[in-house]
Ligand binder design. Structure first.
Ligand code: 8X3
Length: 257
């Protein structure tokens, strides 16, 4: 049994990861901003919760203190993040770009830095849930793909810097995952969010990614799964998605957002 912190745990991949790791018998600490959602998850799964906004230094410090007071941590799952907007570069809102850089890159960096000493001392794992957007780009995607590319440089560089130490550095890159909030937060309306998945019979679900995260952590300690790219069968890359109309006829492949 391991002691694992999961960020972005109030919905989507983070929430599903908490459920999966609890099913496997791990001691899980769930963090996110929304206390009420975390409390519900705690009641359902028996996880511990510490609410925090990771973009605020004092809240991040409180989270780290709360985690370390309970004993050594075995793994950190950096899942919190997200997209804002799908504008072309010509029209992109600097505020959206800044927010995406804060939530995907800077918060991940700060939390990883804060917990790394313990993970190095006791031997531990850091999982980064980035995205296929960390390794590709697409029209309307530059703000998000820029942030995710930047985030992906953290694990890639850490593997070099920590080589020989008992710390596994894992990157999981999800493609099209249908979750309650990812596209809603990005596009601002349920209709627009639904369009992202229109005609896609079987997008990935949060549970599919949770399963992969749990699998990477369950490998023998000498096995480091550097990077896993996970897409639904109907998606070949960020902009090539097989869709069908309401009569089941295949439509031309199309952009995601
Ligand atoms: C989500 C994948 O294609 O919307 O991280 O950028 S995509």
């Amino acid at each position: 049994m391991a002691r694992i912190l999961v960020t972005g745990a109030s919905s989507g991949i983070g929430e599903a990861t908490v459920r999966k790791l609890r099913q496997e018998g791990h001691d899980v600490i769930a963090t996110a901003r929304r206390q009420a959602r975390l409390e519900k998850l705690a009641q359902q799964t028996g996880c511990q919760v510490i609410a925090a906004d990771l973009t605020k230094d004092e809240e991040l410090s409180k989270l780290v203190r709360g985690v370390l007071n309970g004993g050594p941590l075995d793994a950190l799952v950096n899942n919190a993040g997200g997209a804002r907007g799908s504008d072309a570069v010509a029209d992109g809102k600097p505020e959206d770009w800044r927010t995406m850089y804060e939530i995907n890159v800077m918060s991940t960096l700060r939390l990883t830095q804060a917990l790394l000493p313990g993970l190095r001392e006791h031997g531990g794992d850091v999982v980064f849930v980035t995205s296929t957007a960390a390794h590709e780009t697409y029209m309307g995607g530059a703000g998000y793909t820029a942030a995710k590319h930047a985030e992906a440089m953290i694990p890639e560089t850490m593997r070099l810097e920590l080589v020989g130490e008992p710390v596994r550095i894992i990157e999981v890159c999800p493609g099209m995952v249908k979750t309650e909030e990812f596209s809603l937060n990005r596009l601002g309306s349920t209709d627009k969010a639904m369009d992202v998945y229109a005609g896609v019979d079987e997008p990935l679900l949060a549970e599919d990614i949770a399963d992969v995260i749990a699998w990477t952590l369950s490998r023998p300690k000498h096995v480091n799964i550097d990077r896993v790219v996970v897409r639904p069968v109907v998606q070949a890359n960020s902009w090539t998605v097989a869709r069908t109309d309401t009569h089941g006829r295949q439509l031309p492949t199309s952009e995601l957002a």
